[in-house]
Each structure stands twice: as C-alpha cells, then as structure tokens.
Design a binder for this molecule. Structure first.
Ligand SMILES: [Zn+2]
Length: 273
C-alpha cells in the first residue's frame, strides 16, 4: 500500500519533472535558475572579496615594512567600501576583515556557502633574489601555459602547509610538486569564459590607472579550484621591488588599485550576467 502511494506520488510528479527538463533543454539558464534557487528571484549579486593570507601567514615580504597580508587586506576593504557605497544591489562578503589566518579551503567554502556570483582573491607578488619587476597581473584557474606560472601558484598554495591535516583535507595535494597541478586541467571549465573576461577587465582598469600591464594568466591556484563561481586571483604588484613596495603600502597606491578593481567588477556586472 505504502509502495503504491509512493508510485502514485512519483507518477504525479513526473509531468512536473518532465516539464522542468524540457524547459531546461530549451533554456539551460532556466534549469540553472530552478536548481540554484534562481537569479530570477531578485537575488542580490553576491561578491566575495578574499584578502589573501593573514594572521600567522604574512604572505610575501618586502624589504621594508611591506607585508603582503596587510596590503591585500587594505585593498580588499577599500574595494568593498566602493562597492557598498556605489552599487546598492551588490552584497559584499569578505573572507576576512581583520588580520586573521583563514585556511584556503575555508575561503572557498565561504564563497560557496554564500552562493556567490563572483570570487575575487587579492594578493601581492614577490620575486626571488635581486629580480626587479613592476606591474599588476591577474590569474584565472587553468593549466594553459601553466609552466610559466607554476612558481606563483606554488608560492600562493604553499600556505596550506601551515594548516592542520592539509594532506588529508586537500586529498594528498602537495603544493610543491609539479605533478599535483595536473589535476587542475579543465576543472571549472564552465566558469572559465567569465573568469577570463573579469581578469581582462581588471587588467584594463589597472592599465588605465597607469600600472604596467603584466597580463592575464592561468595557473593552478587551490583557492580558485574549490570555488564554484567565476573567479580570479589578482597580484597587485611586486612587494620585493622597492618602488612597488612604496606604492603598495601608500594610501595613493591602495586607493588607485581598489578603484581599478571596483571599476572592473562594475563593468563585469553590467556586461557579463
Ligand atoms: Zn599571496
């Protein structure tokens, strides 16, 4: 009897499911809207701003007072302020608002839980030895031309070795081994186009602000791998280059960089929905 009731119920639901599937075939966006609870339901556009590093993890160190974690946070908070003031329909979520350590997978989890529309991770680059470069670059997740970019990804991912049980939590991922990065290939494909578009907009705005354009690249960043929305990772500049360190730690530098990122997000939102 109970089984029969179940059959009847299942049978009754069939036309609804069939209609949804058919609608999904005709309009994949609609199927996405149904399964996710829907952008159609006037859901605010949710942006996650991720200031890289923090707390016991300072990130890259300059030769003076420049600490990557502080630069990233200052820029992330400034971007958030501009968005909150000017784009009323955007909800800003931060992975951290103070100098605290947040694990990489938790940063991605914050974005996934918030069902974010966009994830922007903010970092600062460093170079070994006496190598000097200036400029900003933006990364999306991927392995195309990845060999060139492995050094940046390895440095940014190495933070997980400060986390407890990282080998279990990141499924044996070794941030220092090149082989570990092969698994990144084709992950997040569905978001790739939008992520690249966002990265291009960020670079365009950096150029307009007078920053040397170090281009859009792809590499295997753990924090981007675990997010389920379009995302990018920005390297604001090189804290190990003296002139860059002065710029990155100045009010002028922070507000110029934040303004460029804000304008790029605004443009993305207008053109990439
Ligand atoms: Zn970093």
């Amino acid at each position: 009897m109970r089984r029969k009731m179940k059959q009847i119920r299942a049978h009754r639901q069939f036309p609804v499911i069939a209609a949804l599937l058919l609608a999904g075939l005709l309009c994949p966006a609609l199927l996405g809207a149904v399964s996710k609870g829907g952008p159609a339901a006037n859901k605010p556009f949710t942006l996650v701003l991720d200031a890289g590093h923090g707390g016991k993890d300072p990130g890259a160190l300059g030769h003076g007072k420049g600490r990557e974690k502080n630069i990233n946070l200052a820029v992330a908070l400034a971007v958030g302020r501009l968005i909150t003031q000017n784009l009323k329909d955007v909800k800003v979520v931060y992975t951290r608002k103070t100098d605290v350590f947040v694990e990489l997978d938790e940063r991605a989890a914050i974005a996934n839980r918030a069902k974010a529309d966009l994830f922007v991770s903010i970092h600062t680059n460093a170079l070994p030895g006496k190598k000097q470069l200036t400029g900003s670059e933006t990364y999306t997740l991927g392995m195309h031309r990845a060999a060139d970019n492995l050094a940046v990804a390895k440095r940014e991912n190495s933070v997980i070795s400060l986390e407890k049980d990282y080998q279990t939590r990141y499924e044996g991922f070794d941030p220092k081994s090149s082989e570990s990065y092969i698994i990144f290939e084709f992950l997040q494909d569905k978001n790739m186009e939008k992520s690249v578009r966002l990265a291009q907009l960020v670079q365009k705005q950096f150029s307009a602000a007078g920053r040397p354009d170090k281009g859009v690249h792809q590499a295997g960043f753990l924090v981007l791998r675990a997010t389920s929305m379009p995302s990018c990772l920005i390297e604001l500049g090189y804290v190990t280059t003296a002139s860059e360190e002065r710029y990155l730690t100045s009010d002028r530098g922070v507000s110029q960089l934040a303004d460029a990122i804000y304008k790029a997000i605004k443009k993305y939102k207008e053109t990439c929905k």
